[in-house]
Design a binder for this molecule. Structure first.
Ligand code: ADP
Length: 414
């Protein structure tokens, strides 16, 4: 870029009379201009290498290196510097050649001084604007680069913060798990002793409360631990071939045993096999049951259906509870999401909003899907679809078995 505040111009011509006259004509017509002159193209090249001119005016016809050859060199050395070439009167071919070679303009002999100055002025302005534009472009590029770096740094910081949050959660959950298990065992032991030895009822009630709190803590810590394992991709699934009818029956028996809700109706059908981690699919079903229980009024039934549709098994849990507002449905499987202003039934408490997130991830890891349909005030249906077990050793598939049929239905009253 030119370091000159005032325009800096080079005139090249082997005609020494013109070489003296032209700078004078420029000085008279421009308020400020600095002019170098050269009587040969070769010498001009030295000057061009040394100085960054705002414009160059050169005669075409010169002995030795001519103006067109000089123009080609200028294009190489200083591609931003506009060059105006002087042609003889009527030498249109040369003028065209000059323009094709990249000349900014051409000036015909005899030289009209006003025309030459106007053309030179335009060339100088064009170059200055080009330089300004290039500066602005560079500044913009630098700005974009610095923004990019800021975004990269922030992203790295956020990723690190997120990773350390996950690590922290998993560490805390791990550390809490052992004392909670010990507390649970000891409380149960004490409770048995109190029952056996007929000790104070107040102590017995107290122990019941303690056990309930410990159970709640136990569930919260397990959810935190599962969520952090999922987040850090450390979650391991142990898939084995198993009968889903039996799996559901086992979970429902467990859920309705003791003081749990009553199992009213059972119609188990034929076995339906899938390759799953039974503990984890059991955990999903328990979570859906406990949600159906938490968000339904007392006395309303919960229905569990097991169906086979094509190559899929579908476990559905239907309740007639509060339902989920349409706007919340799309977020229902998000981490920590809980529908605002909805209370769980008396006697149960809301969790951390992790249960459905974990269920969704677990089902996904089994190459399945979990869907929800819900009408506010009428109830919800959560459906888990899992791929059926296909025996890799048999080539024929019994297509009659693939027709839609219901394998089992259970109804729970609570
Ligand atoms: P939480 O432990 O809070 O129940 P979940 O992830 O299991 O977390 O559920 C997320 C939210 O979805 C709940 O807080 C509740 O608002 C809503 N929800 C889940 N299941 C049902 C249901 N069967 N009926 C109505 N709302 C439900």
């Amino acid at each position: 870029m030119s370091t000159h505040e005032i325009p800096y111009v080079l005139i090249v011509d082997d005609d020494t009379a013109l070489l003296e006259a032209l700078p004078q004509a420029l000085s008279l017509r421009l308020t400020a201009v600095e002019v170098d002159t050269s009587d040969s193209a070769l010498h001009a090249l030295d000057l061009i290498r040394e100085h960054d001119y705002d414009a160059i005016v050169s005669d075409i016809k010169m002995p030795g290196m001519d103006g067109l050859a000089l123009l080609a060199k200028v294009q190489e050395l200083r591609p931003d510097t506009p060059t105006l070439l002087i042609t003889g009167h009527g030498e249109h071919d040369l003028a065209v050649q000059a323009l094709r070679g990249g000349a900014y303009d051409f000036i015909q002999k005899p030289i009209d001084r006003d025309y030459m100055v106007a053309a030179l002025n335009r060339a100088i302005q064009t170059r200055r604007l080009r330089l300004q534009l290039a500066d602005q472009q560079r500044a913009l590029e630098l700005h974009a680069l610095s923004l990019e770096r800021i975004v990269e740094n922030r992203t790295r910081e956020l990723v690190e913060a997120n990773a350390s949050k996950d690590k922290f959660l998993s560490m805390v959950a791990h550390e809490l798990k052992t004392p909670i298990t010990t507390l649970k065992g000891r409380t149960q032991l004490l409770q048995r002793r109190v029952t056996r030895e007929g000790l104070d009822e107040v102590v017995s009630l107290g122990l019941n409360d303690i056990e309930r709190s410990i159970n709640r803590l136990h569930f919260l810590v397990n959810d935190l631990l599962d969520a952090s394992l999922i987040q850090t991709n450390m979650f391991v699934i142990h898939r084995r071939r198993c009968d889903l009818v039996q799996l559901c029956r086992h979970i429902l028996d467990e859920y309705t045993s003791g003081s749990g809700p009553a199992l009213r109706f059972e119609a188990p059908g034929e076995p339906i096999e899938a390759e799953v981690d039974a503990d984890r699919i059991g955990q999903v079903l328990l979570n859906l049951l406990s949600n159906a229980h938490k968000y339904s009024p007392k006395g309303y039934p919960i229905t569990v259906t097991l169906q086979q549709i094509g190559f899929e098994a579908i476990i559905s849990v239907r309740d007639m509870g509060v339902g989920i507002p349409p706007g919340d449905l799309e977020h229902i499987f998000d981490q920590y999401y809980r529908v605002p202003e909805v209370d769980a039934q008396a006697g149960s408490r809301r969790g951390l909003g992790l249960g459905l997130y974990i269920a969704h991830k677990l089902v996904e890891r089994h190459a399945g899907r979990i869907d929800v349909q819900s009408v506010q005030g009428e109830g919800s249906v959560f459906s888990v679809s899992l791929p059926l077990f296909v025996d890799p050793t048999t080539e024929d598939v019994d297509t009659t078995k693939l027709a839609l049929h219901t394998q089992a239905v259970w109804t729970i009253m609570h």
